[in-house]
Ligand binder design. Structure first.
Ligand code: 5CA
Length: 437
């Protein structure tokens, strides 16, 4: 993409409404614009990151055996009356009436909707287990939307729902998601600690939140100091094997959210306990028959008897992850994208657009990289070198190639690594080979 043609409305100044660094940088880097409180438009650069995050989530869901569907954003109120949540969910629900005066709502989550689909389609234990997910916008009329996409009113969530014939099967489904979540966040370069958590309005009694430790986190969290040195590997584990040992291993170190942590009964000594702030990027729940019983989602079990489905639900804050990734990866000059989610893998700067030879060389390089499949953002604008460096650092692409008249005369180009700040003059062909490889 040529920057001269790209819609990238950068801001020079820090927007006064942004209190945390990810919100500031997302606005300054032209990733998002606010529409109304807690509701945002995603501009080209931001959308590219959102799509990459979404794709990692999708790949890990697929790998675990979950199947993608797409449910609507608007749901009928009747379904929520059936489960009893229409009133329970309270003011967070955005309620709508259609032209026939039918009550609808903009979905804050989809337990009822998916149970309705499955109850009509699955009649026997032989068709189980099933795990269905979708990646869809949600609306929660939060009292205090804040911190940009971190606590929005409209936000993108991956949510899935597992259906099993019995509790043992449901626990296995829960363990699968536990593993898939560890893998998902690790692929983004994030260390997400699974913590015993409260279940709130979703329900059930087994639940883990996946928390990223960060000063700007909204909640207080507690964990064993050993977590700080633990490398959460994106382990390759067979999803069909018994995952209980894996689950026990990753839950053996103490970690709990505010609501679950009881200082008096905490099993580890206080010098071993870390108190920190956390950003909740995912939350998984096992709630058994909480929805299947009121909605009448029953299947014939092995002995022919009708039994209610055993269910769990699992959420990842896809749009929140974009902000979280910035909280975890930035410096004074801007964002530093991990390779796995970067909007472009490479920034190419032509320092002297007015120089015909520079322009020809930079254009040729851009063409070569593009045809080799490298995603490049090419700064071909007629701007000062200072402005170009600042813009490239702000938007945080992992690597930069900087072409100027002096280097060109010597047949070299400068390579800059955004994260380490390392710089090196490379022969032009070597530089190309490095990124094409
Ligand atoms: N039905 C369950 C699991 S599918 C559920 O809704 N869980 S949740 O309420 O915990 O939300 C799942 C994830 O969505 C959270 O872990 C968080 O990362 C994200 N999320 C929740 N509320 C918001 C919000 N207001 N803004 C941005 N992300 C949010």
């Amino acid at each position: 993409m040529r920057l001269s043609e790209y819609f990238l409305p950068l801001l020079r100044e820090n927007p006064s409404e942004a209190q945390i660094v990810s919100h500031r940088l997302m606005l300054r880097a032209g990733m998002i614009r606010q529409s109304s409180a807690g509701i945002y438009s995603w501009l080209p650069l931001g959308l590219r990151v959102l799509k990459r995050v979404e794709q990692i989530v999708r790949e890990e869901q697929d790998r675990s055996g979950a199947q993608e569907i797409l449910m609507p954003t608007i749901q009928p109120a009747e379904l929520w009356r059936e489960s009893g949540r229409y009133d329970d969910y309270g003011k967070e629900t955005l309620r709508i009436r259609d032209r026939h005066d039918r009550e609808m709502l903009y979905g804050p989550t989809n337990e009822e909707q998916v149970t309705d689909i499955v109850r009509g389609a699955i009649k026997s234990y032989r068709d189980l287990p099933k795990n269905l997910y979708h990646i869809q916008w949600k609306f929660r009329d939060e009292v205090r939307p804040r911190f940009g996409v971190m606590r929005g009113r409209e936000f993108l969530m991956k949510d899935n729902y597992s259906f099993d014939v019995d509790a043992a099967g449901a626990k296995h489904s829960y363990n699968k998601m536990f593993l898939a979540y560890l893998r998902t966040f690790a692929r983004m370069g994030l260390k997400a600690i699974p913590m015993r958590a409260d279940t709130g309005p979703i329900g059930g009694d087994l639940s883990h939140e996946f928390q990223i430790l960060a000063e700007t986190g909204e909640s207080e969290v507690f964990c064993d100091r050993a977590w700080l040195n633990t490398d959460i590997l994106a382990e390759e584990v067979d999803y069909d094997s018994d995952l209980e040992p894996f689950f026990r291993h990753w839950t053996s170190l103490y970690a709990a959210t505010d609501e679950m942590h009881k200082p008096d009964t905490c099993p580890i000594p206080s010098e071993q306990l870390v108190t920190a702030r956390g950003i909740e990027v995912g939350h998984i729940f096992y709630f058994g028959t909480k929805y299947s019983v009121p909605l009448g989602a029953l299947v014939a079990g092995p002995d022919g008897e009708m039994v209610p489905l055993e269910m769990g639900s699992y959420g990842i804050g896809v749009s929140r992850l974009v902000g979280t990734l910035i909280e975890a990866n930035h410096d004074d000059n801007g964002i530093i994208w991990p390779d796995s989610v970067a909007p472009f893998s490479l920034g190419l700067i032509n320092l002297r657009v007015a120089d015909a030879r520079c322009r020809a060389a930079a254009d040729a390089l851009y063409g070569k990289l593009r045809s080799a499949g490298v995603t490049v953002l090419y700064d071909d604008r007629d701007e000062s070198p200072g402005a170009k460096f600042a813009a490239m650092d702000l938007i945080g692409l992992p690597d930069q190639l900087i072409l100027g008249p002096r280097g060109l005369a010597a047949g070299t180009i400068e390579w800059k690594h955004r994260r380490s700040g390392a710089r090196q003059d490379l022969p032009i062909d070597t530089a190309v080979a490095r990124f094409v490889a």
